[in-house]
Design a protein around this ligand. Structure first.
Ligand SMILES: [Zn+2]
Length: 315
């Protein structure tokens, strides 16, 4: 018997996209799901329909002023939600609410035992700050997940692991001083890629010092650089004994992505998922939620995300 894994799939998630031809276009979900169908993965997972999150839930992480601004600009469909990377479009608020709601739905299903692990493809929007969008990310579903695990589910020590090519700055800086948010992030060196942060010396502030691990990778780093760096992530998470593991498995760290310079293969994503599954079984009854993150080469995201789900299905 495979391990029960929930995958959120449906048009409501695809709608979170910035138009045809945009790197973060609405065709990303279909690229993933086509590969899942071709490989028979669709029949091995529990398919879950996307669900929406309410405004109060979004405000567990985001400021009410910012949420009100997203609602206004979603109605008008004009302007940017940040300095110029993240354009508003009509319905962007509703689309972003489905991303958040699906992540929170997946968490509930894991905690109530409906599944052991879950994957939400169009999620892991790790750049959004509490009071602003950033880098194609409107609402930070990762941050909302962390706040919800605490407020609603009573968990405290949560691990966030991120192998997207970009630094998860929206998560890192929001919890930089939080000693119970364990953070590990492998990303392209900020001197060469947006958002420019995530230096090795950024390990958390105050009593949180030492609870964060940032590993910048040189441009062109491939699997041979990934594996030793991953060993450090794994040992770090193992020492921290988390109660829940969030995994942002962005596929833009794979060779051939149009906007980054890393050169992993999907085997890196598979390996990370396998090892985090092992840690989740060891420390927290298997509680592991994977979020798709970035990935702008459609073939790459299809292979990386299906590799992650396949790894989660293994016993
Ligand atoms: Zn990215």
């Amino acid at each position: 018997m495979p391990t029960p894994v929930c995958v959120y799939i449906g048009d409501e998630l695809a709608r979170y996209g910035f138009g045809e031809g945009h790197p973060f276009g609405p065709d990303r979900l279909g690229a993933f799901w086509s590969q899942a169908q071709v490989s028979g993965l669709d029949g091995r997972v529990i398919q879950c329909a996307p669900v929406s999150a309410g405004q109060a839930v979004i405000e567990r992480f985001h400021t009410p002023d910012y949420v009100a601004r997203v609602i206004r600009q979603s109605d008008s469909g004009t302007g940017y939600l940040d300095g110029g990377d993240t354009p508003a479009f009509p319905g962007i608020y509703e689309a972003a609410c489905f991303v958040v709601g699906s992540v929170l739905g997946a968490i509930e299903r894991i905690l109530n035992g409906e599944c052991r692990h879950a994957f939400v493809p169009i999620a892991g929007l790790h750049h959004a700050r509490r009071d602003s969008a950033a880098g194609f990310c409107v609402f930070n579903d990762c941050g909302i997940a962390i706040e919800t695990l605490r407020l609603q589910h009573g968990l405290r020590r949560i691990a966030y692991v991120d192998i997207d090519a970009h630094h998860g700055d929206g998560v890192f800086y929001s919890f930089e001083a939080d000693p119970d948010l364990v953070f590990a992030d492998l990303h392209e060196d900020g001197r060469f890629l947006y958002p420019g942060t995530g230096g090795e010396g950024e390990t958390g502030t105050g009593e949180a010092r030492g609870t964060k691990l940032n590993i910048p990778m040189p441009p062109e780093a491939g699997d041979e650089q990934f594996y030793p760096a991953w060993e450090r992530v794994e040992a770090f998470i193992d020492r921290q004994c988390p109660e829940f593991i969030l995994f942002q498995c962005g596929a833009d760290s794979i060779a051939g992505d149009p906007i980054t310079h890393l050169r992993y293969t999907p085997a890196a994503h598979r390996h990370a998922a396998q090892r985090l599954q092992h840690l989740a079984e060891k420390h927290c009854q298997g509680r592991l939620l994977a979020m798709g993150g970035g990935g702008y080469n459609r073939g790459n995201l299809a292979l990386a995300w299906t590799a992650v789900v396949n790894a989660l299905l293994e016993e």
